[in-house]
Design a protein around this ligand. Sequence first.
Ligand code: NAD
Length: 460
Amino acid sequence: MSAVRTVTDLDPSTGALIAEVPCATAEEVRAAVARARAAAPAWAALPVEERSACLQRVSARLLEAAPELGALASREMGKPLANAVGEVEGYARFMLEELEEVAEAVAPTPFESEAAEVVLHREPLGVVAAITPWNFPVGMPLQILVPALATGNAVVFKPSEHVPLTGRRLAELLQAELPAGVLELVEGDGLTGADLVAADIDMVGFVGSRATGETIMRSAASGLKRLVLELGGKDPMLVFADADLPAAARAAVQHSLRNTGQVCCSVERVLVEASAREAFERLVLEEAASWTFGDPAAEGTRMGPLVSHAQRERVIAQVEDARARGARILLGGEVPDGAGAFYPATVVADAPEDAQVVREETFGPLVCLEGFASEEEGVRRANDTPYGLGANVWTGDSARAARVARALRAGQVGVNRYLGGAKGTPWVGARQSGFGFLGGIEGHRQFTVPKTIATARPAS
Ligand code: NAD
């Protein structure tokens, strides 16, 4: 008999073992999908208001469980405790807004026709696989689970192997309010995820890396499974000399280092107009110096460790590659002693255009500063990436702001601010940062298929 495969759940602050979690076998994955398939029709048949009512009760449970769930997430992936609790509370409230939008998204739409009474319905797809990352271990799953369930699908949820207990607890809170089988949990690693994609599902809702997104897309071709893929990024920030430099520097540092840089829409490159370089560099260094790392459970900690030693190795490799290619390391860049996967806030300047830190997603606490001489060069270099998640531009010239914002190839652009939309705007990864998108009326509809019913009018 072959040994059971497990995921080893480690506390990244200390290296201590939290749990060994057995991975579901392919057979167990198929059984979970079969249970979801059996539960799907009755769930789909409920009015959207009833499905929403179940999920509103889940929101209340999440708010109540926020301290406990946040502490678990913080321990498993290392984000500061206050941020982890805030994530649970924030998404528990946000899901209530999403539920209102879903009701609008699936409302039947009548169309004009003399020959027939025509109504467009939005029907659920059946069974959705939700496969999610660890960086927002409650928020990212909810972004898929809430619209998938509220639109009437059953879901099989596979959380990240880095946050298995957070994923399990989140599933329990949902299952406490949902009919049996409507939300199934499968635990495990990437191979478990692959088994789930290969199983009898109708759609994959995935948040994770571009490489895994490509693998899932290939596998989903068999059976023409629908896809929403929210992937990585290499978000540029463009700072012109006429910008409010202190505000831009604060945003550059905060959004490079937040969550120890492990955010899909982190600022990954800061391109600064040549004449403002020196002043901007000084402001960034002053700001970044206050971003010290420490125990995520301690009050006031701004940065915890990276999620794992493997993730830290990727960050070290990028910094050392940049150093070897002549970049200046203005702050940090030295690996601290100790068992945890900590890495200091690091400022890298003038890495060449072919350096890893300029080309590949870093997902670590780096502020990467580059220069540009003209608007044309700044825009060209900002767009020189296969990714297209977010971007932001800082300038005092409103005509230029409008021009550059339209020229940047990204799903979301901030002007004299970081990203952010309004209620109803979708979360979009353009180019290779995504396929399909989440949020807003159009995002929720991706968990449905349109169906037109045309009923002949009685002959008069
Ligand atoms: P990952 O791609 O390594 O893993 C994500 C999930 O996919 C995990 O649950 C993993 O077990 C599973 N998986 C791995 N291989 C698989 C396979 N072959 N088939 C099916 N499932 C498989 O990503 P990660 O390290 O967990 O997360 C970090 C990445 O997520 C970063 O690239 C980040 O930018 C991205 N991300 C994107 C968004 C967004 O909204 N665009 C949000 C958060 C994170």
